[in-house]
Design a protein around this ligand. Structure first.
Ligand SMILES: [Zn+2]
Length: 98
């Protein structure tokens, strides 16, 4: 199920930075990564921080910081902000049932 997310201004800045064209001064330097790859990486890292699957991100029309995405399952809540993790494969996860 898709959930609504709101990123902070700092997180948005990181994303926009990653999506920006490489500055003139860096054009002759091989960065090893395309603009698209850098944007994907930035989204993937944000997804890990916020708990969503970056491949499912869709804008929800509320603004640049707002989007919907499928929440990733963190597994069993072990307390104190720790989770068991979930690989969504053994079918015995009490959180998502996968
Ligand atoms: Zn799960």
């Amino acid at each position: 199920m898709a959930n609504n997310f709101e990123m902070t201004q700092e997180q948005l800045d990181v994303l926009l930075d990653a999506m920006n064209p490489v500055p003139m001064i860096a054009i002759n330097v091989c960065t090893g990564m395309s603009r698209q790859a850098r944007a994907n990486n930035a989204w993937a890292s944000l997804g890990r921080d916020m708990g969503f699957d970056h491949m499912t991100v869709k804008p929800n029309g509320k603004g640049a910081r707002f989007f919907t995405a499928e929440e990733t399952c963190k597994g069993i809540d072990l307390g104190s902000g720790n989770f068991s993790g979930c690989d969504a494969s053994s079918g015995d996860c009490p959180s998502c049932g996968r």
